[in-house]
Design a protein around this ligand. Sequence first.
Ligand SMILES: Cc1ncc(COP(=O)(O)O)c(C=O)c1O
Length: 381
Amino acid sequence: MQHFASDNYAPVHPEVMAAVAAANDGAAVAYGDDPVSARLQHRAEEVFGERARIFPVLNGTGANVISLMAAAPRWGAVITSDVAHVHTDENGAPERVGGLKILAVPSRHGRIGPDAVDRYAGDLGDVHRAQPAVLSLTQVTELGTVYSVADLKLLADTAHAAGLRVHVDGSRLANAAATLGVGLREITTDVGVDIVSLGAAKNGGMLGEAVVVLSDDGAAAGPAGAAPSEAVPYLRKATMQLASKTRFVSAQLLALLGEPGTPTSGTPASAATPSGSAEGGPLWLRNAAHSNAMAARLRAGIEAAGLLEPGVGVDLRYPTEANVVFATLPRVAADRVREHARFYDWAPGETADRVEVRWMCAWDTTEADVDAFVRVVGAAL
Ligand SMILES: Cc1ncc(COP(=O)(O)O)c(C=O)c1O
């Protein structure tokens, strides 16, 4: 199937498949008390720092809901961007399941700034207002942009100064680290992030993500007034995110993060082959660097083919800083392209005749896929 729809359309990376098969070795203790999950915990300490506690879960929405519940008291609120997945694309799960109010603030290209915290600081201590307890950032943002290390540090410092915890929806954290040329730790633990929803499915995994608690600093939160790392195991069960055969989720995460003792980062080989055979560090980095490179190639290909013509041809939206290109184009042309490859409409576009679309690349997208797609777009216009 030819597509530029989502990185979760991609198949499972063979190294992840092999890790799942290797974990299928006789019986093991259920619910995460198995040797593979123990290795994953060890690896998380190497990757994120020794205070890190990793909890495999079943999907990204679950990781977000558990993270936010663990970080906020029952009367808490979550400050996030108006395009945040937790606000727009989780059917209100943080509110329905987590019981937390979402306070969505205007974003620019998907990013928010420290004024997001300032805007609600006056609510702190006011019994009539849901109490801001967490600043939730998406990295990579929903619009394909990336917070820099400096951005993150400033946001985390501002949130902490106001008494808030910092959550990162890291569904595509690997892509952000690959873009910035840093390890996962530099954009989380080292800048003061407290809790992360760590993506795997969009990075070559099969099924599963993780909650990673990086710090228990701050007021006891969670439904029972517990520290986040104490609350997550109970919340994971109560929200139906604890798999009895957790070892198979852990095996996938371990395949992506690398076995204990291996390099935690590396020089991304941006031309890594879809088979993942290229050198260049752990699998998370190879896959992310490759999908980012394919999106850069797509954007450059559209430009080089002379398809950019505001209001007439393709109009590119937002900087392409990771593995996705947003564009507007005539609706009829988009529908012609759709006959060849699947992708999502994102917004109506500026006129009735134009549509905004999202073209996303994955670890298995090839240069030939990208070049053929550019030709199809050219022909459709
Ligand atoms: C930014 C972001 N966060 C969270 C999720 C949720 O993942 P899931 O579909 O596994 O619940 C997604 C999925 O598309 C996402 O793009």
